[in-house]
Design a protein around this ligand. Structure first.
Ligand code: ZN
Length: 379
């Protein structure tokens, strides 16, 4: 699958510092020391609805991670997936009487447009679940053959107890995991599972749903966690620098993915840091599809909101904090009143350089290049 066009990142004089970032697994900030090529995997969208501000905030956070690395003069190897077959996508297609592949293609195209407008750096590998299936099947077969997965009425489940490190990403206790599993696509109540938390690796073909050749697994489709593992191992390998996503992905998605990969390879960890962005709310509630309170990037663009203003709104909140999208935020931004510390520093610098007949004629250009390179905003 193709990604979206890259905006150029201007090179700045000197060299930035190594990124220190909050890692969910250790619960504290760690300094990452990637090799000459920093490796990052960010979980992508399930394309059944347009990009909302919560998505945009998440991708903005990981865009900044890359810009910090680029400023250390490293290359960045960035991989993102598109979950272009999954229950919510199929359910939406049935609800709207639309072909699921057309829905996925349209919403993925809109996501690309939104990312382009917001000047998010594109991944080098943008991989759909469907195109990853030939690589997923042998991984599930290997887990099964190693005794780390089992069959239940034709479906294949991963046994969380096969990974001694299970639980280390989220740090949650069993009860909290069970509640989140039920909330976030798991099936802890299904009878016959060895452990209620065990996630599905391969779902046997269902009547009226698409399915693919699963080799010895039989026809079916892949689970969500193994999708990301197959793509990450294929393009980044074990021990890559950052796995990123919204805070609602820490459990079960990133926990399960880490366990799948660790059992498959016998190595630990899957990622050196698990980094999670805060949730965006609207009028006191988390912005979510189920609540129907989404603010869409494409809708803002249609209302002629400058994408740079949307990006500044994202930048005005620390990536880990949960925050609210309100029209107030938008108005504050229109006046550039609610800018973050980084922008304020740039402003002061720009003012110092340009007032009082500054002698450095290259300064204004450097200011705009800095804001462009580090914050992704072209002035
Ligand atoms: Zn993922």
């Amino acid at each position: 699958m193709h990604a979206w066009p890259a905006s150029e990142v201007p090179a700045l004089p000197g060299k930035g510092r190594d990124l220190r970032i909050h890692d969910t697994a250790t619960g504290g900030r760690i300094t990452l020391d990637p090799g000459p090529v920093a490796r990052i995997y960010v979980c992508g969208i399930t394309p059944y609805d347009a990009t909302h501000m919560g998505h945009a905030a998440t991708y903005n956070a990981f865009d900044l991670v890359q810009r910090v690395w680029l400023d250390t003069k490293r290359q960045v190897h960035y991989v993102q997936n598109v979950t272009d077959v999954d229950d919510p996508l199929l359910e939406r297609a049935v609800r709207d009487g639309e072909d699921w592949t057309e829905l996925a293609e349209r919403e993925t195209a809109l996501f690309r447009e939104d990312m382009t407008a917001l000047r998010m750096l594109p991944p080098q590998h943008y991989i759909g679940a469907v195109e990853a299936i030939p690589g997923i099947v042998p991984l599930v077969e290997r887990l099964r053959d190693a005794g780390a997965a089992y069959e239940l009425d034709g479906d294949v489940y991963f046994s969380v107890e096969s990974d001694p490190h299970f639980g280390e990403v989220s740090g949650l206790d069993a009860e909290a995991m069970r509640l989140l599993s039920a909330e976030r696509g798991g099936d802890p109540e299904r009878p016959g599972k060895k452990n209620p938390l065990d996630p599905m690796l391969w779902m046997a073909a269902r009547e009226g749903e698409p399915s693919w050749d699963g080799g010895t697994l039989g026809p079916g489709r892949p689970g969500w966690h193994i999708e990301c593992v197959a793509i990450a191992l294929d393009h980044l390998g074990m021990g890559f620098d950052v796995q990123g996503g919204g805070s609602d992905l820490a459990f079960p998605h990133h926990e399960m993915g880490a366990s799948h990969a660790q059992v498959l390879t016998g190595e630990h960890p899957f990622a050196r840091a698990y980094v999670h962005a805060g949730m965006v709310g609207l009028n006191g509630e988390k912005m979510s599809k189920s609540k129907g309170n989404l603010v869409f990037v494409s809708a803002l663009r249609r209302e002629d909101v400058d994408p740079a203003a949307i990006r500044l709104a994202l930048l005005s909140h620390h990536y880990r904090s949960d925050w609210e999208w309100t029209d107030q935020v938008r108005e504050a931004l229109a006046d550039d009143l609610d800018a973050p510390a980084a922008l304020a520093a740039v402003d002061r610098w720009a003012a110092a350089q340009t007032s009082g007949g500054g002698t450095d004629e290259s300064a204004p250009g450097l200011v705009s290049r800095t804001v462009d390179a580090l914050l992704g905003v072209a002035l």
